[in-house]
Design a protein around this ligand. Sequence first.
Ligand code: LLP
Length: 448
Amino acid sequence: MRFTGTIKVNSRGHLEAGGVDVLDLAQEFGTPLYVLDEEGFRANCRAFREVFQKYGDAMVLYASKTLCCLAVCVMVEEEGLGLDVVSGGELYTALRASFPPERIYFHGNNKTPTELKMAVESSVGRVVVDNFYELEVLDRICERLGRNQEVLLRITPGIEAHTHEYIKTGQIDSKFGFTLSNGDALKAVQQVLTTRNLKLVGLHCHIGSQIFDMESYAHAAGTMMDFMAEIKENTGLELPELNLGGGFGIYYYAGDEPRSPEEWARAVMTTVQKKAGEKGLKMPRIIVEPGRAIAGPAGVTLYTIGSYKEIPGIRKYIAVDGGMTDNPRPAMYDSQYEAVIADRVQAEPNELVSVAGKCCESGDMLLWDINLPSPRPGDILVTLATGAYNYSMASNYNRIGKPAMVLVREGKAELIVRRESYDDLIRNDIIPEHLARGKVIKIAAGKK
Ligand code: LLP
């Protein structure tokens, strides 16, 4: 078991975060509840910023797909990071949080014309162009708006990182980016140079997520620098920016062996410095985009244990009041988490159980085969390291509302995302006139 930030066991043997006993949080805000440790989140932002900047000109972007809401954008801004957004929704959230647009990088393999227009009009720092079609569409949009846009090109460097099939992205057979090995990447560079409104300032790649192997990063950095040199040879252009994506792995479960941010920075920065020397290139500004490693360890989720079912000789199921709707990762990627019972974290874990969610789906399991100290109905179960890709991937399957999120700090808890109510669930529903029967409408309308 590993606790980070301000998440720890208090003198009563309870789990606490931000100086608040999580039992009090469950009592005050109900469950399921996402809890975010402000100090932990900010410390992670700072750690990446400091280690990369130590080596020279570097910028850290927080990948907002990991966990995005107004309060999170404000903290990221205050910590001096930039922001990676991948949709109009993430961009909108950032702008509404007054995030400086020049520090926003807009990614995505199919940004719609509306999203691209929104990005250009709001003066985002960079659009990371993913494919030839987007190059044309973006250039036309800029032409119509009478604007210029600085862009990076997303390159697929053909690096296989050791991670789950669905979250590795740098290999050649990927929906993302311009393929390096078949010449598409160089073609794309030449094409940007012919556009009237796009200014190429650098390259981007992202080799995958939950990566522990620093060699893969060094390999990617080296490959991208080689390509920078090839670009210079072919076009005379020396690109000032190299964005190497995110993917830095964290501890979820026994066997995960995360490296320190320092090791990531060293692997990347020393490779780039060496290559720059060899190839006679200026050192580009290095950008990285960690998401999981910033938000993941800073979050925990609280659930209340409800029903249970014992199949003698086979398995004991216990069920909680959330599941795949608030954390789809175990169902999608077989992800494993550690968990504790909030008021007896250090008690002997004497009972082997599997923790099910409440959705009508057998695959809705949060934890398989975990030893817990006599879990009983009413206990608060806490899953650890849930700050990344839980809230951001939550759904309303079975018309279950998304949980609230609280930010904890120095003994105080503040709501940063309200719990979805039943009214929230029907807020966008419409009963067409031809279906309207007085009674139904009254029920729906009466709840406004
Ligand atoms: N930059 C780009 C271009 C990305 O595509 C991603 C993640 C990141 C940065 C941030 O990666 P991180 O540092 O968080 O690993 N839903 C999956 C993860 C998908 C990651 C997608 N891209 C999961 O729950 O594991």
